[in-house]
Design a protein around this ligand. Structure first.
Ligand code: DP6
Length: 323
């Protein structure tokens, strides 16, 4: 880095972050600023070769200020969350810089290198997970593959509110996840404002966070450890349904699912009941799209067959775009 100081340079790194789907939901914060949740949550991380977010970071001493583009469109960075993340990243960058007794190179460049090639992976992962949390709560679970638990923590400063890996991506790799995009319309209520309204107005959310979720977390961890699909599926469906129940219990009520979402639930419930044991689990987040988790490739193929039977594409649909 000493060689490049004083000369014009731009450093670029591209990173891919996987998407995670919560099977025990995070809904409600006890601290809005630090993004600290009112209950633990558990998610499954999707294979990044199928679905992920790609971000390129460029740093240069010639850049005068921070800028960001999302899907090709420049977006303002004035929001508190971006500022919090950037502040944390800069602090992290100067830590790395100090450690390495580096010369005058920009802190961000060190950060980029440290992200690309972490020295102490464990320490870096939990630090990065806490920075990600301050951008968006559920994002902190995406720092790990496989099954991840976001521990709510007790500390006021959020130091113990971290994501931990429960099992890696190889542990239960015959699960197949199908995402049914029910509507392309943007949600009317964002997760952030929705959960704030729920915490302020719902009584059911208190019961959920204090009584229901702690027990479910223990059962879900057990189901994941033993690869027990029936228990995993029952808990996932029940938790998704309770999350939407607390949304309905919010004043004014929040509707994330639509008629198609409800039809998908009925279809899966009927099939599972007919077979006598769950074949597929469903879970819905803050929108109508269905995330369907099947036990293996065979049940995934049967599920697709059922979905196409109940929701056939229009005759003019290009099948390549449909999938
Ligand atoms: C329904 O992480 O988007 O997907 O922390 O305010 O950014 P903020 O909310 P966000 O909420 C996700 C809610 C959820 C459930 C989950 O992923 O656990």
């Amino acid at each position: 880095m000493a060689e490049v100081s004083g000369k014009k340079w731009v450093l670029m790194v591209t990173a891919q972050t996987p998407t995670n789907i919560a099977v025990i939901k995070y809904w409600g914060k006890r601290d809005e600023k630090l993004i600290l949740p009112i209950n633990d949550s558990i998610s499954v991380t999707l294979d990044p070769s199928h679905l992920c977010t790609t971000t390129t970071v460029a740093v240069s001493p010639d850049f005068t200020h921070d800028r960001m583009w999302l899907n090709g469109k420049e977006i303002p960075l004035s929001g508190g969350r971006y500022q919090n993340c950037l502040r944390e990243l800069r602090a992290r960058a100067s830590e790395v810089e100090d450690e390495e007794k580096s010369s005058s190179a920009a802190g961000f460049a060190c950060l980029v290198f440290s992200l690309a090639k972490p020295k102490n992976v464990k320490e870096d992962q939990s630090k990065l997970s806490s920075i990600a949390r301050q951008g968006s709560g559920s994002a902190c679970r995406s720092l790990y593959g496989g099954f991840v638990k976001w521990i709510m923590g007790k500390e006021k400063n959020g130091s113990d509110s971290v994501a931990v890996q429960l099992a890696d991506e190889k542990h239960w790799n015959d699960l197949v996840i199908i995402i049914a995009v029910v509507s392309l319309r943007q949600n009317e209520t964002s997760s952030t404002s929705g959960m704030l309204e729920t915490v302020e107005t719902s009584m059911l959310i208190q019961h959920r966070a204090k009584e229901v979720v702690p027990k479910r977390i223990i059962q879900m961890e057990e189901a994941i450890k033993n690869r027990g699909f029936p228990s995993f599926a029952r808990l996932s469906c029940a938790d998704s349904n309770q999350f939407h129940a607390v949304c309905l219990d919010t004043s004014p009520p929040i509707f994330y699912m639509n008629d198609t979402s409800h039809r998908i639930i009925s279809c899966v419930e009927k099939w599972n009941r007919f077979e006598g044991t769950p074949q597929v689990a469903y879970t819905f987040d803050a929108g109508p799209k269905a995330v369907l988790i099947s036990h293996n490739r065979k049940t995934a193929a049967l599920l697709l067959q059922r979905l196409l039977f109940h929701f056939p594409p229009n005759s003019d649909t290009d099948l390549n775009s449909y999938w």
